[in-house]
Design a protein around this ligand. Sequence first.
Ligand code: PXP
Length: 244
Amino acid sequence: MIELGVNIDHVATLRQARRGQRPDIIAAAKVCELAGAHQLTVHLRKDRRHIQDRDVFALKDTLLVRMNLEMAADPEIIDIARTIAPHTVCLVPEKREEITTEGGLDVAGQLDKLSEVVDAMHEKNVRVSMFIDPEPRQVEASAKIGADAVELHTGAYANAIGPEADTELNRLWDCAELIAETDMVLHAGHGLTIQNLLPAARLPFLEEVNIGHDIIARALFIGLENAVKEILDVLRYVEYTLDA
Ligand code: PXP
């Protein structure tokens, strides 16, 4: 079955609106775990707009499932990641003024710098995933520097309307097939929702999706446990109908 990483950044967004203790990020993580999430994902941004340093340390201490830390290739954050040693780090580009991660990482344009980050993480037995746009040259560059996984940016697919969505899906599909020829595994994420997940979850060789905003938004209406479970139901449906 494709595994689900639940991104709980926006639980922290709500907490930071009052700079208090609630909603409790660890409580949210535990609900996701009990609902069946395979992994918890958080993005420790340089501007600390949602997740704080204390959150990543507390999550590392309390999670029973895998921890995936999204981060920029920034020296301060790299030090924190090496100290915590989560299961995986997902390297993302980061701009202070963006609302959320906008594009994929330009791995091809920063081979030396990112290769050092991969090595620094591997020294601590941390797997490295590259969050990239569905472009063959970025897949090839990620393989070249020894990444363990590629997370294909599904934002363009998620935002596309009508036939454009098929075009974006085809781009993802072509890259998925290319990734299968490497030693890397395939993840996908960004902008995925209960409505648009199914076609994306049928990407060949897909092993993991990371979903945040839609799960936390749905949680307001149906509860966090149910919001996680309905996504897991879609992933299970994909598993059962694999050859259909
Ligand atoms: N994957 C990566 C690499 C991301 O940066 C994000 C957003 O933090 C997500 C997945 C989750 O995106 P969304 O919140 O749109 O589900």
